[in-house]
Design a protein around this ligand. Structure first.
Ligand code: NAG
Ligand code: NAG
Ligand code: NAG
Ligand code: NAG
Ligand code: NAG
Length: 406
């Protein structure tokens, strides 16, 4: 496998030469056809292949040459995810890689906010052999004239744009869950691409989080192990820990000590941000356990609309258990604020990120100093070891925020 992957890297210059030759050939033909100077110059400019084009070709090529290791769970035994995104391509690669490794994630439905100018299609392509991926536009999951019902709802404290967004989110969660249920997927997550589900190793001590699919392994073992961490429910909610840019000297030092120099140059969120607010965010996000859902809930979902209250309580109170305090919660979500530059980028479309005072508010610490929390960071080494260095390097190639590419 290593050999085939190396081969694909060696093919890059070859492919480049081919492209140049193609251009020369075109230029030659153009000249022969007796076209004037200006179009010859135009053709010469085509010699410069953009970085993006080249990367796309590498991706295309490596997809045929690279074998991605698969986790020890089938698609049905694994997790599906529903993610509604608005220009979050810079977060997607790391998020997919982590969840593919930890859950494992084997089905993914992406819906694009109507304001989104990016599509993730190119970066999703490399996962196609190991993750069942569906991309949705608005028409794919929203009923006709759905905003009419929202706007005729009467007075509300919230701006209408916010209400419409919340309804879109619930429609998406429903339709996505129903679609994944039809594929017999066991469990579904609905958290955002800046949130990472992980085992709380402070209480599940010495749990081996370097094993691919360790979260499914943990949940399946609940049946047989002496200690039952989670109640037998259709849905569990977990609190979120908010990671902020803070004291990054430590992160840099740890980063620089790594053996693999190429990882240092990949700006991974889970490695860059090691400090979180002491107190957890009280609104949780959940796992829906599809094999434990009352069958009528999904089929009769029109009547159940009000039960899908919001993203923080996907099936409503009676069916969801949790969230529990950090010290009792077997799983947690790491929630990353990200960099100021990425925040300003998102602010162009998201009215919630309106100005710098909102950034300051998000950064403002809760009680006490932010605390260091390295509970998630070992995933990168485990992922690289599992996939081999060459494959991991390709899979993570465009991860993280890069100013010049936005
Ligand atoms: C949707 O709205 C349009 C314009 O208001 C109307 O003509 C159409 O009949 C509506 N469709 C449905 C299915 O309600
Ligand atoms: C899901 O499970 C049902 C019942 O076991 C089966 O009839 C159906 O074919 C399965 N669907 C898929 C997509 O595997
Ligand atoms: C857990 O136990 C229940 C009831 O005994 C059983 O139906 C289910 O298949 C078990 N789940 C797993 C993942 O072993
Ligand atoms: C868990 O609940 C489901 C239905 O809600 C039930 O079928 C199953 O037997 C329960 N399992 C255990 C181990 O209690
Ligand atoms: C740490 O902060 C410095 C200065 O603010 C910045 O140049 C550097 O990129 C930051 N490093 C990380 C890993 O965020």
């Amino acid at each position: 496998m290593t050999r085939t992957t190396l081969l694909s890297w060696h093919l890059v210059p070859f492919v480049t030469i081919c492209l140049c030759l193609t251009n020369i050939f075109i230029a030659f033909r153009v000249h022969h056809a007796g076209v004037d100077e200006t179009s010859a110059i135009f053709v010469r400019e085509e010699f410069a292949i953009s970085k993006r084009q080249l990367r796309h070709m590498i991706d295309e090529h490596s997809n045929t040459a690279t074998t991605i290791q698969t986790p020890p769970f089938t698609t049905q035994e694994s997790f599906g995810a529903c993610a509604l995104v608005l220009n979050q391509n810079h977060r997607m690669t790391e998020w997919i890689a982590y969840h593919y490794f930890a859950l494992p994630l084997r089905s993914l439905i992406i819906a694009y906010d109507p304001k989104s100018t990016q599509r993730a299609t190119d970066l999703l392509h490399r996962w196609k052999d190991v993750i069942d991926i569906i991309e949705w536009e608005e028409d794919d999951y929203l009923p006709i004239n759905w905003t009419e019902a929202v706007t005729s709802q009467g007075p509300s404290d919230k701006p209408i744009e916010r209400l419409i967004h919340e309804h879109r989110q619930v429609y998406f969660m429903q339709q996505c869950t129903v679609t994944l249920a039809a594929k017999n997927v066991s469990r579904v997550i609905h958290h955002d691409v800046d949130e990472y589900l992980r085992i709380n190793t402070d209480i599940i001590k010495r749990y081996d989080t370097t094993r691919p699919g360790h979260i499914t392994h943990f949940l399946n073992r609940q049946n047989t192990s002496e200690i039952r961490w989670l109640p037998n429910a259709s849905c569990w909610l977990f609190v979120r820990l908010y990671f902020i840019p803070w004291n990054n000297a430590t992160a840099e030092r740890v980063h620089q000590n790594r053996d693999l120099s190429w990882i240092r140059s990949v700006p991974l969120e889970t490695l860059s941000y090691r400090y979180r607010k002491t107190r957890a965010q009280q609104t949780g996000k959940g796992i829906i356990h599809l094999s434990h859902i009352p069958p009528t809930l999904l089929t009769g979902r029109k009547n159940n609309f009000e039960k899908w209250m919001n993203v923080h309580n996907p099936l409503g109170k009676p069916l969801c258990q949790g969230p529990w305090p950090v010290a009792l919660s077997p799983l947690l979500l790491n929630h990353y604020l990200g960099s100021y530059e990425a925040y300003k980028f998102a602010a162009q479309w998201d009215p919630r990120f309106r100005d710098d005072s909102e950034w300051e508010r998000r950064l403002a610490r809760g009680k006490g100093e932010p605390v260091a929390d390295d509970g998630i960071v070992n995933w990168v080494d485990a992922f690289v070891k599992w996939q081999s260095e060459d494959v991991a390097r390709e899979l993570l190639s465009d991860a993280g925020w890069r100013q010049n590419e936005q």
